[in-house]
Design a protein around this ligand. Structure first.
Ligand code: CUA
Length: 431
């Protein structure tokens, strides 16, 4: 009489595992609709570019072949189990039938069928490897691919545009245009990304566009991809690289070629300086406040509904100066940015910042996310981030409740809320 009970136990265990799995998916922010349609920001099933499409096609071929094998093997197994089951007490104790040495025809047939199925998978695999290896000729008809260099840092991504040189202030020469964590590309054109790292191995992955290729110390690697149309894409480091690996994210924003040119022009400008006079001059252009969300600990990592509904639209809003900019507060923030030594790690081209340890911030106010894609770039969240970066990204190299003095090991600088507000006003003015 133990059998039903053990079956019951098995069923309960299965049900518990299933509901735990579903619960985890819900906790991780996936809606049930997303789970079953396999959609969502980082879907590899609903893709938006030819490289991801070729990878998805290959995946589907493998799924079809494996499903076919599963059905055939399962059917033969079920047939044998039902047809040759023990029907009586005598059957159960009967001697096993004599062992055969197989049927050469069946054996050779099965080997041939297996080889045939492997070839079915191998052909598209080789084609896909060929296709994703480098930008194919037909993609280069309208001109060369956009070359970008990205460098992985614990835990953020630096993007450089070697073909877009910008003049450095004080006749200090030129340097490639640099951004952090958000890569802006023209839609419909191929992009070839050189992959580098300054510390450990990271991996570059934009599920809807292409992936994934490792960023390995001292070993140049690259990846190419194309976004079919303008859009906002979520990327992720896909190689365990330390305590904040899971929140080492980035964004790809694909714009129409015209918008892309406009964006480039603005990015090449030095850091924006806000004065009362400058505001009056800018008053002609419409200014829209980016939809923000009150922060609470639980929802810290999720974006506002307005952002989720239209990430690209939200990004566009970020390009415009905020309503109610206060030149005096911004000037205070700029001063603090120097005094509190932010400048030694971050570049604000044209202003005081010259550091390269942290992300380039010349146009940080125009980005839709901060902290390598972890937080939406609202005033509230930037405030929370500056106040306690280690709360959001454990182990990062920024301010940790105060800057530690190397010599004494004690905190040398602190920031109070008013100072942080000024810093946020300054950083958000950098459009
Ligand atoms: Cu970088 Cu994981």
């Amino acid at each position: 009489m133990t059998r039903p009970r053990s079956d019951q136990r098995k069923f309960h265990r299965f049900a518990a595992a299933l509901s735990a799995g579903l619960g985890l998916m819900l906790l991780s922010g996936c809606s049930l609709a997303e789970v079953f349609s396999l959609s969502g920001h980082q879907s590899t099933v609903h893709v938006d570019g030819p490289v991801a499409q070729s990878q998805q096609n290959l995946f589907m071929v493998t799924v079809y072949v494996c499903t076919f094998i599963f059905i055939v093997v399962g059917a033969v197994l079920a047939y044998a189990q039902i047809k040759f089951r023990a029907r009586s007490e005598a059957d159960e104790h009967a001697a096993p039938p004599p062992e055969g040495h197989g049927n050469p025809f069946v054996e050779i047939g099965l080997i041939a069928a297996s080889v045939f199925l492997l070839v079915i998978i191998a052909i598209p695999t080789l084609r896909s490897i060929w296709y994703t290896h480098d930008v194919p000729e037909e993609e280069l008809k309208n001109g060369p691919a956009l070359e970008v260099t990205t460098t992985g840092y614990q835990w953020w991504f630096k993007f450089e545009y070697p073909s877009e040189m910008v003049k450095l202030p004080n006749n200090a020469g030129e340097a490639p245009l640099t951004t952090g964590n958000e890569l802006i590309i023209p839609a419909g054109l191929p992009v070839r990304v050189q992959l580098r790292t300054v510390d450990v191995i990271h991996s570059f992955w934009i599920p809807k566009l292409a992936g994934k290729v490792d960023m390995i110390p001292n070993r140049p690697n690259f990846i190419w991809f194309k976004a079919d149309k303008p859009g906002y894409f979520f990327g992720q480091c896909a190689e365990y690289c330390g305590e904040s690996h899971a929140i080492m994210r980035f964004r790809i924003i694909a714009l129409s070629p015209r918008d892309y040119t406009l964006w480039l022009e603005n990015q090449k400008q030095s850091a924006r300086t806000v004065t009362a006079a400058a505001l009056v001059a800018e008053a002609e252009t419409p200014r829209v406040q980016f939809a923000s969300l009150k922060m609470s600990a639980g929802e810290a990592l999720s974006a506002s509904p307005a952002f989720d509904a239209d990430p690209l639209g939200a990004w566009r809003e970020m390009q415009k100066p905020e309503a109610g900019e206060d030149p005096a507060l911004i000037a205070t923030g700029r001063k603090l940015f120097s005094e509190k030594t932010c400048i030694s790690c971050h570049t604000t081209r044209g202003h005081e910042g010259v550091g390269i340890t942290g992300p380039e911030l010349t146009h940080v106010g125009a980005r839709s996310s901060i902290a390598a894609g972890v937080l939406e770039n609202t005033r509230e969240r930037m405030h929370a981030w500056i106040k306690d970066p280690n709360h959001f990204k454990p182990g990062n190299k920024m301010f940790n409740g105060g800057y530690t003095d190397v010599e004494t090991g004690k905190y040398k600088f602190q920031l109070n809320d008013q100072e942080i507000d000024a810093l946020v006003a300054y950083l958000h003015s950098l459009k």
